[in-house]
Ligand binder design. Structure first.
Ligand SMILES: [Zn+2]
Length: 358
């Protein structure tokens, strides 16, 4: 039997590097040889068991780049050339529902997400099999590994669309982790130039400053975020994005946007938050929810990684081998991760190749 290297969630808190069988390639599916898969916050919370969205025995991984390795019988080799650099949209809508949910795929009740659904082996592995319609080509010149950033960038692309922000507006982003960083990229692609990011971690503040945002430390004083926004813009923000999603960040966002302004809730830090109702009602602020992305937002984000001068490469803090990944998951779960994304590299020359074992 042919096997490959994969990261298996053995039990909550324990990740193992194992040789697992290749998944079969269905009629309308594409097999991707994975080069890089990003570790998402949701993977870390799945690893610890705290979000209840990952399960022992599962191979996770939904933020990936690779090359086309093999095709199902019904897939055209002209449309999916062997060796092409690709990423994949992990949100899979059944073919029967595609038309009804065109443009709002994330609302489809029968969708599943590769890397979340426990019975589907995903992209922390040498090979992953995905529906051909979810494969998205990336530019051959895009920075190495940047295809793994498309998924978090798509979250940001969709959030920016949901917020209706426009170029001339002043924007606060609460949280400078990978989603906050992706929001800065998405805002800059929308033409927004006035961006403040509040983030307690100094390394993350340095990173978002490299992306062109003004970074403030929310813990510096009680009103540090409001003060930082007013110091930067000379006025409150028009739109705020809460990339954390806990009571403190939502309160900071509401306090820092003007009367009639908009707060877009992106982060899912807590299932329940305190809300100062009058800061919404009497101030006529709008709270907008956003979750994952449409297929169109995903394709839009796939083109951002080829843009020079955006600083996309700053979003990748570390590229590690599968054997280094279990310790990294533990480190991330303890809150000691680097400022940007950690990518796990698969199919590296010199590493044990699944195809060579029997
Ligand atoms: Zn993710």
């Amino acid at each position: 039997m042919t096997t490959m290297t994969a990261l298996v969630l053995r039990e909550f808190g324990t990740m193992a590097v194992e040789q697992v069988p290749h998944a079969a390639i269905g009629e309308d599916e594409v097999q991707i040889a994975v080069s890089h898969t990003g570790i998402c916050g949701s993977d870390v919370h799945g690893f610890t068991g705290e979000n209840g969205r990952r399960f022992p025995g599962q191979v996770m991984g939904h933020e990936s780049e690779g090359t086309i390795a093999a095709l199902g019988a019904g897939v055209s080799p002209e449309l999916f050339p062997h060796g092409q650099r690709v990423t994949f949209n992990p949100v899979v809508v059944p073919v029967e529902d595609a038309e009804a949910f065109d443009g709002r795929e994330q609302h489809c009740p029968r969708k599943h997400v590769i890397g979340v659904r426990a019975d589907l082996p995903a992209a922390f592995a040498d090979l992953v099999v995905v529906p051909a319609r979810n494969v998205v080509p990336i530019h051959p010149e895009a920075p190495r590994g940047s295809g793994a950033l498309v998924e978090p960038l798509a979250v940001a692309a969709h959030a920016v669309r949901r917020s209706s922000v426009v170029a001339a507006q002043r924007v606060l982003v609460a949280g400078g982790g990978p989603i906050g960083q992706s929001l800065v990229i998405a805002l800059r692609m929308t033409g927004v130039e006035q961006i403040v990011v509040s983030e307690p971690d100094p390394a993350r503040r340095d990173l978002v400053a490299l992306l062109g945002a003004i970074a403030v430390d929310p813990l510096a004083a009680d009103s540090a975020v409001y003060d930082g926004v007013v110091a930067a813009f000379g006025a409150p923000a028009d739109v705020a994005f809460d990339a954390v999603g806990v009571s403190a960040t939502l309160a900071n966002c509401l306090a820092a946007v003007s009367l009639g302004g908009t707060v877009c809730l992106v982060g899912m830090g807590a299932p329940h938050v305190d809300l100062d109702a009058f800061s919404v009602s009497t101030a006529e602020r709008t709270i907008v929810g956003t979750f994952t992305y449409s297929a169109d937002a995903f394709r839009e984000a796939s083109r951002w990684i080829e843009q020079p001068g955006l600083g996309i490469e700053h979003l990748i803090s570390a590229v590690i081998s599968p054997h280094e990944a279990p310790a990294m998951f533990t480190q991330l779960a303890e809150g000691h991760g680097p400022a940007g994304k950690v990518l796990v590299a698969f199919n590296e020359p010199g590493a044990a190749r699944g195809e060579e074992t029997s």
